[in-house]
Design a protein. Structure first.
Lengths: 307, 369
């Protein structure tokens, strides 16, 4: 319709612009505003990270001193170790559980819609709620441990929440509960879009269910897998509210994560410069995940156009 | 030996009856084409033969063995799909050997079979490639290779040429036909394209609304279509079918198109004994477009039948000229030589080949003679 109007002879070009004004306003204004905020605050944070700011931002130049201080702190090192463990465990396990759920749901079972909603539902819950609920469930005096003990199994122990070495796994559990439904939904969509002829061909070739999935169906899912990995990784890197509600970084600093360190430095110790440096480091970790992904997407798209 | 026998086969989905009592016997070495418009049940029938779908009733026998309860992989069949259905993550080599891998065929044997098929289809240089790196025609070849390597009792083709462009389709059509002549395989081939059916089949099963309308060799299907559906479906342009009246005089039956009109067309029929009971009744007359030609054409009918008919439209195709004319008021298409272009709106003489006229019962729509 746009084409028909704009090619009408004798119609002034200005009216076209006026007619499309709402379009420009609704798309470009919010886009420019959010882009400006994003870029401005990112640049501001980067600038702050090179200043000796403490309680309030001050100008000045301290070079990389904030960065070296953050990098040398035990808090940050534990946060990085935790991120590595939490990130890989969470991504791998939520991928695996999402895939298994999707494969099970794909067997044309009854009540599929209901189950799909149930599995997807945690995604609609705020991380704070997830964290709080799981902090109750995992609280030894309140949740699962108490339930099992009350059932008569007195020696039962499930106190990961207050165990220095295991506490990080409680975050993994809660995060998986929250987001494996998301992985499931993407995988299920992928499984459903597999060409039916491909499955027929494999049936005639004599592939059993395991070989069918392993050799024929799952290989078609790897673009979805990469997307899921990247989305889950960027969630893992920026995890804050879940940990804050579940363990608050504790016991001690056993479940510290980079975002908590940033928060701690900026708002509790009033070390704005160091907090900004930690935030910039987080951004760099995020970019280390997102840039290769963007490059991969670009190559995929180029290939799709040329194919 | 019958390679494939289908007995009283029906398929219902809830209230929809897709196949209604199909009976087919296909001899070993035959190239059978199941042809029909979309929704006629031909693909469902093929899926049931393959075991990918189950019949509601009736039996399927492959090589003399009832296979109703036998899974697809054990039916000794191979199938080529419209979308090729090549495994995208595997190379051409793996695509072809995947079936043997599933059946635990020894590696050396796999290699031998692969080499044979690759040579036969001339796809040796492609073996290391992924399907995404192949052209449409190459993918088609690989899909056939995957079927051939199995050396099955029965090959099933599900519209394998529909995704190819027109030129490639003609090439592959010939190639499949040549392949059939070389290896003498038994083939059941589904298509909606009646030209594919006519050119490749040794026998054609024309399907419509879940029923086999006619099962015969291409010439019979073309020359003696069993009913009006087949007459109108096979051939391009299709057979002209016109309401008419059958009369008779001292020298035999005469079919009259547009009886009573000033421009009525009277066509004397030769050997049409079967038409005798219809004398004095309405019939539907069927004339193939190539049986109506320019007035100077000699069809070696004796004496030549030439009628003057008004021309409505002229379509030159290069190889011939298609003319829309009216016979006794009824529209009909004629195929005349390319260098004659009658003027639309005027009348022109047309020669008719009355030996190849078909008569149909207007009530049952069946062929009378």
């Amino acid at each position: 319709m746009t084409i028909a109007v704009s090619t009408t002879p004798g119609r002034p070009a200005a009216s076209d612009w006026v007619r499309r004004l709402p379009e420009y306003l609704t798309i470009w204004v919010p886009l420019l505003m959010s882009a400006a905020h994003l870029i401005a605050f990112t640049l501001w944070t980067i600038w702050i990270s090179f200043t000796p700011s403490t309680l309030v931002p001050v100008s000045g130049w301290v070079g990389l001193r904030n960065y070296s201080a953050v990098a040398a702190s035990r808090n940050w090192q534990i946060a990085l170790d935790n991120l590595l463990l939490f990130g890989s465990a969470f991504v791998l396990l939520s991928l695996a559980s999402g895939l298994i759920l999707a494969i099970l749901l794909d067997q044309r079972i009854r009540g599929e819609n209901l189950l799909r909603s149930i599995f997807l539902y945690p995604l609609a819950v705020s991380f704070v709620v997830t964290g709080t609920v799981w902090s109750w469930l995992l609280n030894p005096g309140l949740g699962i441990q108490k339930l099992v003990r009350d059932l008569g199994w007195i020696s039962f122990r499930f106190d990961w929440l207050i165990d220095r070495d295991m506490a990080i796994w409680t975050i993994v559990i809660a995060a998986i509960w929250q987001s494996s439904g998301f992985a499931m939904a993407l995988f299920l969509a992928g499984l459903r879009s597999v060409d039916a002829d491909l499955i027929k061909a494999a049936q005639i070739d004599g592939a059993g269910p395991i070989r069918m999935y392993r050799r024929v169906i799952l290989p078609t899912l790897w673009p979805i897998t990469i997307t899921v990995i990247v989305i889950q990784l960027q969630f893992a890197i920026s995890t804050f509210d879940l940990v804050r509600a579940l363990t608050n970084g504790g016991p001690g600093i056993a479940t510290q994560l980079p975002a908590l360190v940033v928060y701690d430095l900026m708002f509790q110790r009033s070390l704005l410069g160091r907090g900004a440096a930690a935030a910039v480091l987080m951004l760099l970790i995020l970019l280390a995940v997102l840039l290769p992904y963007a490059a991969w997407r670009y190559v995929q798209r180029r290939r799709a156009i040329h194919a | 030996m019958a390679a494939l026998s289908i007995r009283a086969l029906s398929k219902r989905y809830a209230n929809l009856e897709v196949l209604k009592g199909i009976d087919l016997d296909i001899e070993s070495g035959e190239f059978t084409v199941l042809v029909g418009p979309s929704g006629c049940g031909k693909s469902t029938l093929l899926n049931i033969i393959a075991g990918l779908d189950l019949p509601s009733s009736g039996t399927v026998e492959i090589g003399g063995r009832v296979v109703n309860d036998i899974p697809p992989k054990d039916r000794d069949i191979a199938m080529v799909f419209q979308s090729y259905a090549l495994y995208p993550s595997m190379t051409v080599r793996q695509n072809i050997t995947f079936g043997m891998e599933c059946r635990h065929v020894a590696k050396a044997e796999q290699e031998k079979a692969l080499a044979n098929v690759a040579r036969l289809l001339q796809i040796e240089p492609l073996l290391g490639r992924k399907p995404s790196q192949l052209s449409g025609g190459q993918r088609q070849r690989v899909a056939m290779g995957r079927a051939l390597v199995r050396d099955p009792l029965l090959f099933l083709f599900d519209e394998p040429l529909s995704n190819l462009d027109a030129k490639l389709r003609v090439e592959m059509r010939m190639e499949i036909k040549r392949l059939h002549q070389r290896i003498g395989a038994t083939i059941v081939y589904v298509t909606h394209d009646q030209i594919e059916a006519m050119t490749m089949a040794t026998r054609i099963a024309v399907m419509h609304r879940g029923v086999v309308q006619q099962f015969a060799d291409p010439d019979t299907v073309y020359r003696y279509p069993a009913n009006l559906f087949v007459a109108r479906f096979m051939g391009s342009p299709p057979m002209n079918t016109m309401p008419a009246r059958l009369e008779a005089d001292a020298s035999g039956p005469v079919v009259v198109i547009g009886a009573g009109r000033p421009d009525e067309v009277r066509l004397r029929l030769g050997q049409y004994d079967a038409a005798a009971p219809f004398v004095g009744r309405d019939v539907v007359v069927g004339i193939r477009p190539e049986c109506i030609a320019e007035g100077s054409r000699v069809f070696s009918a004796d004496p030549p039948v030439v009628v003057n008919a008004p021309v409505e439209m002229v379509e030159p195709t290069g190889a011939e000229t298609i003319v829309l004319l009216r016979l006794g008021g009824e529209p009909a298409l004629a195929r005349i030589t390319p260098d004659i272009r009658p003027t639309p709106g005027a009348a022109a003489p047309f020669a008719l080949d009355t030996r190849r006229i078909c008569l149909f019962d207007p009530e049952t729509e069946r062929l009378i003679a």
